[in-house]
Design a protein around this ligand. Structure first.
Ligand SMILES: [Zn+2]
Length: 445
């Protein structure tokens, strides 16, 4: 029996070793590695070597493919598992599968305008080019000495990691920036401005100005008046600050001196005024090429202006002295004008008035005729002793005598229908150096 046991024991040991070896081999053969993304299994690989540095490999692969930095926020881990009955993936297939499953972020640049995210683009140069091109639109060849060029808005370019589908198309971003936004602002009328100039400068038409300013007569604008204008604005607006040197006129002042040589109310120029000249250096701020404001930095007077001096009369004025302009001799309706009438020239105007209406001297002067004169009927002629004479015809009653001095507004006669008339009226005539001229040049009816 003993003899039999010994070899059996040996064989048993060998058998045991063999079994253990087979079991171990079987076990080892059936071990795989489950790859997990944030604890979610994505697949199983055979080899431990296949899973070391997996995240780094994927990162490098994505960066090479996208040509930019990539960030993978998820954890990629592995775990030993029995692989019996499971599908085993090659390393390459595993990498592709992970790539499809992960939610990676890519490096991008965000353009912020006044603190708000406006656009997300793949690279910084694209944004910088875009901004530079907007600025270039407002730099023309004449503008050389720009002090400063920038945007009205605060601009920032921020680096960020974003989901790849958030990257925007450069053309789309460009068109969003260029959308014109109409902004209404008030503009103060400056000396020398015309509505046409303002409209041209602000690229709007005069009808638009009219529409924006219903309370303003655009044909009669005044210095200092505030009018509404639309200013071309977009999401981004270019501000250029520039120094300008130019010449400007200096207006002259006006003073009065009293003169006892002249009658009261008479004014005469003693010294003609003359505008001066100055050299001005201003800092001008332009927004989108349109002047926004101007600050004077330096002024140098090239030529002083010359004050205009007027003489103002103080000598007491004789009541009957002509002022040199006419008042209407009578209130009434204009019934006939100066000029050709019935084949001849009507040398004055006719004012239809009832008989007995007072006719007044149109200006001071001396009566040089008072009496009947052919077709004028009862006539008064006043010589104003300044080259002008006035005629008052068809009177019923004459109140003055030849040689009498009369004052402006004095009743010289009562109206009537004497002489060549079709009804009662005042024939009023003005003669300049003996020649009849149209009275309506001096008085209105
Ligand atoms: Zn007449």
């Amino acid at each position: 029996m003993r003899k039999l046991i010994k070899p059996n024991y040996k064989a048993f040991i060998i058998a045991c070793i063999a079994i253990v070896a087979i079991l171990f081999a079987t076990y080892s053969f059936n071990i795989g590695y489950a790859i997990k993304i944030d604890n979610q299994v994505v697949g199983i690989v055979n080899n431990k070597n296949d899973v070391a540095n997996l995240k780094k490999d994927i990162n490098e692969k994505l960066e090479a493919k996208l040509d930019r930095n990539v960030d993978i926020p998820q954890n990629i881990t592995y775990e030993r598992v029995f692989k019996i009955g499971e599908e085993i993936l090659s390393k390459d297939k595993m990498i592709t599968k992970i790539e499809e499953s992960i939610d990676f972020s890519i490096e991008a640049y965000i353009l912020t305008i006044d603190g708000k995210d406006f656009a997300v683009l793949g690279n910084k140069e694209q944004i910088e080019d875009l901004l530079n091109n907007i600025k270039l639109k407002y730099i023309n060849k004449e503008v050389i000495d720009i002090n400063e060029i920038g945007f009205v808005e605060d601009i920032e370019i921020k680096k960020a990691y974003v989901n790849s589908n958030m990257i925007q198309n450069i053309e789309e971003v460009k068109s969003r920036i260029e959308i014109p936004l109409k902004q209404v602002k008030t503009y103060e009328i400056k000396k020398g401005d015309t509505i046409w100039d303002i409209a041209m400068k602000h690229e709007i038409d005069t009808r638009e100005i009219e529409r924006l300013n219903p309370n303003i007569n655009i044909d009669n604008i005044q210095i200092g008046q505030a009018i509404n204008l639309t200013f071309p604005r977009s999401v981004l607006n270019v501000r250029i600050i520039k120094e300008h040197q130019y010449e400007e006129k200096i207006p002259y002042e006006t003073t009065y001196e009293e003169s006892s040589e002249l009658y009261e109310d008479d004014v005469k120029v003693k010294i003609r005024g003359k505008e001066g000249k100055k050299e001005v250096i201003s800092e001008i701020v332009y927004i989108n090429g349109i002047e926004e404001n101007r600050q004077i930095i330096n002024e140098k007077i090239l030529e002083e202006p010359k004050t205009e001096v007027f003489l103002k009369g103080t000598k007491e004025r004789p009541e009957t002295l002509a002022y040199g302009n006419f008042m209407p001799p009578s209130r009434g309706k204009l019934t006939s004008r100066f000029g050709p009438r019935w084949g001849r020239t009507h040398t004055g105007i006719d004012i239809g008035v009832p008989i007995g209406t007072p006719n007044k001297a149109a200006d001071g002067g001396k009566v040089i005729f008072a009496g009947w004169k052919g077709s004028y009927g009862e006539l008064v002629i006043i010589d104003h002793e300044n080259g002008y004479q006035t005629y008052y015809g068809h009177n019923s009653v004459i109140k003055v005598k030849e040689g009498e001095l009369v004052y402006r507004g004095q009743v010289i006669a009562l109206s009537g229908a004497t002489g060549r008339v079709t009804g009662p009226n005042l024939h009023f005539e003005v003669r300049k150096n003996g020649q009849p001229v149209d009275p309506l040049k001096f008085i209105k009816y």
